[in-house]
Design a protein around this ligand. Sequence first.
Ligand code: URP
Ligand code: ZN
Ligand code: ZN
Ligand code: ZN
Length: 467
Amino acid sequence: MSSRTVIRGGLVITASDEIHADVLIEDGRIVALAASNTPAAQAWTAERTIDATGKYVIPGGVDAHTHMELPFGGTFASDTFETGTRAAAWGGTTTIVDFAVQSVGHSLREGLDAWHAKAEGNCAIDYGFHMIVSDVNQETLKEMDLLVEEGVTSFKQFMAYPGVFYSDDGQILRAMQRSAENGGLIMMHAENGIAIDVLVEQALARGETDPRYHGEVRKALLEAEATHRAIRLAQVAGAPLYVVHVSATEAVAELARARDEGLNVFGETCPQYLFLSTDNLAEPDFEGAKYVCSTPLRPKEHQAALWRGLRTNDLQVVSTDHCPFCFEGQKELGRGDFSKIPNGLPGVENRMDLLHQAVVDGHISRRRWIEIACATPARMFGMYPKKGTIAPGADADIVVYDPHAEQVVSAATHHMNVDYSAYEGRRLTGRVETVLSRGRVVIDEREYTGHAGHGVYTPRSTCQYLN
Ligand code: URP
Ligand code: ZN
Ligand code: ZN
Ligand code: ZN
C-alpha cells in the first residue's frame, strides 16, 4: 500500500521559482506539483492533507558542516547524532553532512567506520559524511579514491591546529592532486596556524588570557593569507577548492579574485559571522568564551563583505559549523587561558530562521535563501536533486514555514544539547511549523513526531557545481 500526503495552498519556494502550488508526496518522494485550486491539484486524494495556506513550502535545509560528538580540546562536542539531528529537524534542516575524523597514525577507513557507528540508528534526519584528513601519506591517498567511490566525496584539510589536524603545504598539494584525479572536493580550514600559534604564545606571555584575545591573535590577514595559499595550491593541482567558515573581508576578496580568474573556488560562511562579532567575544565575566570558534568572530565591519559575497555568489553556501560545547564544564576549561577554550558554536537549529531574518532585513531574496541553505549545498556535495529542492523525484524533505510568526531565540526553548544560545534573546520573524523527512512528518505544527533511526546514511556523488 502506498502512502500519500498532499501539502495544499502554500507558496512553494525553490532556488529558481516561487509558485502557489500543491505538492503531492507518495512513498517518501515528491511525485507532482500543480497550481493550487486547479482541477489537476483538486483531483489528488491522500491519506493526509497539510494546509499551508499563508505559509511557505520550502525544501528541507541542507547543513553541509556539522560536528556532532567531535573530540576537541580534551572534550567532546555536546550534541550527539541523536540530539543534534533532532534539533536540526526542529530548525527545518533535514540533511546534515558531518565530518568523520582520521586520527594521526590511523586510516581514513577507521575514522569513517567510527563515525558510521556513532550515527547509525541514532539520527532523526538523513546524513552524509565528509572526511577530515589529518595524516596525508601514500595509504591515505589511495583510501581517498575508495571513499569517493562509496559516497564520501569531500575531504577537509586544516592549515591550522599544528599537532592535531594540521597539514603542511606539501601534504595539502598531494591531497589536492589526488582529488583532481578522483573527483573529490578539498574543503579547507584556511588560517595560518603556525603563525597563529606564535601569536598565541606571545599574547599569553603578556598576560592576555581573556576570550577576546582569541579573536586578536587569529588575524584576518592570516585567514586571507591561508585562503590565498590554498587557492594557488589548488590551481597548481588543477583541483576545485571549497573554503569553509570564511569570516574575513580580505578572505572574501581572495575568493572573488580567484573566481574572476575562472577558477573553481567556492566559499562557505556561517550565521555566526553574519550575525555576531568581536563585541560578543569581548563580553565580560568570561561570557566571551561562548563565542570562541575558528575562524574567529570578526569586527562588525566584516559582515557587509560577507552579505555582499552571498549576493554576488563569491560565497555560495551558509552552513553552521555546528560544534557546541557547554559553557559550564567545557568552555570553562579555558578560564585563564583562551587557547584552552574548546572551539565551536551551536547553531544547527538556528540557521534556517536566521537566514529567513536576512530575507526580512533585505540582505538576500527568498530564492537566494533557499539557494544558499538548501540547493547549493546539495549540489556542491553531490546530493541534488534528491536533496535541496522541491521537484518530482526529489526526496520529500519539506518544511512548511510560517513567515509571519514571531519568536525569541533562547537556550530555555531550543533543542540543542548545550546550556546557552549564541543568539539568546534575539527576536526573529518566521518559524518552522511542520517538517517532513522523506515524506514522514517529523515536526508536526511544532510538536516532535520523529524518532532516532529514521534518518539514513546518504552516499553522495562528486561535486555538481563545477564550471
Ligand atoms: O571552531 C570551530 N570551527 N570548531 C569546529 C572545527 C572546525 O575547525 O571546523
Ligand atoms: Zn589504526
Ligand atoms: Zn575548521
Ligand atoms: Zn567545522
